[in-house]
Design a protein around this ligand. Structure first.
Ligand SMILES: Nc1ncnc2c1ncn2[C@@H]1O[C@H](COP(=O)(O)OP(=O)(O)OP(=O)(O)O)[C@@H](O)[C@H]1O
Length: 256
């Protein structure tokens, strides 16, 4: 049974149909790509999967339960995390605090315990600080734990966003253009990191990416959106040679 499955998802904005008939599924442990020309509806699809937008119609089943109508924080608590195309870190907080905040979502002490500084609260805080640092180590950001997030170079901010998403302990993670703005060396390292975290954290991953070499190299299957509709679905090899995909990308800068 798929971990997530969408049924005939539609999103309209006034007269504009941004996404229609959107049907995808991801099995547990898969790494799947979602590609398409600019304005095809990829981010709108992510926004529906994470409760940022409510679908105009259709259904989203996550772990065999509909998540339509749920708020973004409820969806995060159920196990779906994401990163954003335009990085959304807490830029005036330290690197480690960005990760600690995400861990706090799953902590069990009460607000009163926090204010009163109870023993349990202190233990939880120490545990979270330890876990956050371990996570930063995986992302090679532990030596920058105390720096302001805003002072990190772009590529590191992107990595921190993924680390923060992982701190919510998701089962499914949606990455919106994780390699945007990265140089080839950083992109290569990111590719290895994505493969690593999938295994290490038992994740299922859906990836939007314009960097075709990244998508073709790491994804097992790829969905292609064009004008809000899925025009192709298959292995990287099938997608590369699909005439509809080639046509959709004509005039775009990306070579597939
Ligand atoms: N909040 C909104 N209000 C109105 N129109 C929107 C809104 N969000 C997205 N759209 C429109 O929906 C369509 C799909 O946009 P979307 O951002 O999902 O595409 P995309 O595939 O993610 O594009 P890109 O690759 O450029 O990020 C576009 O025509 C966009 O202008």
């Amino acid at each position: 049974m798929p971990i997530i499955e969408t049924k005939q998802l539609v999103k309209t904005f006034g007269g504009l149909t941004a996404v229609s008939g959107f049907e995808i599924y991801l099995n547990a442990g898969e790494l799947i790509g979602l590609i398409g020309p600019n304005g095809a509806g990829k981010t709108t699809a992510f926004n529906m999967l994470t409760g940022v937008y409510q679908p105009s119609s259709g259904d989203i089943r996550f772990l065999d339960e509909s998540v339509v109508g749920k708020k973004p924080y409820e969806i995060t608590q159920k196990g779906i995390a994401r990163t954003f195309q335009n990085i959304r870190l807490f830029k005036d907080l330290s690197v480690i605090d960005n990760v600690k905040i995400a861990y706090h979502q799953n902590v069990k002490y009460s607000v009163a315990a926090g204010i009163l500084g109870s023993k349990r609260f202190k233990q939880e805080e120490q545990e979270i600080a330890k876990k956050a640092l371990e996570l930063l180590k995986i992302f090679k950001l532990d030596h920058k734990a105390g720096e302001y997030a805003k002072n990190l170079p772009y590529g590191e901010q992107r990595r921190l966003e993924i680390a923060r998403a992982l701190a919510t302990q998701p089962k499914l993670i949606l990455l919106d253009e994780p390699a945007a703005g990265m140089n080839p060396q950083e992109t290569q390292e990111l590719m290895e990191l994505i493969r690593f975290i999938r295994g290490a954290f038992d994740l299922t991953i859906l990836l939007i990416e314009h960097d075709m070499s990244l998508v073709m190299n790491v994804c097992e299957r790829i969905y292609v959106l064009d004008y809000g509709k899925i025009i192709a679905h298959g292995t990287p090899q099938e997608i590369k040679t699909n005439p509809k995909v080639i046509e959709a990308y004509l005039g775009e800068e990306v070579a597939i």
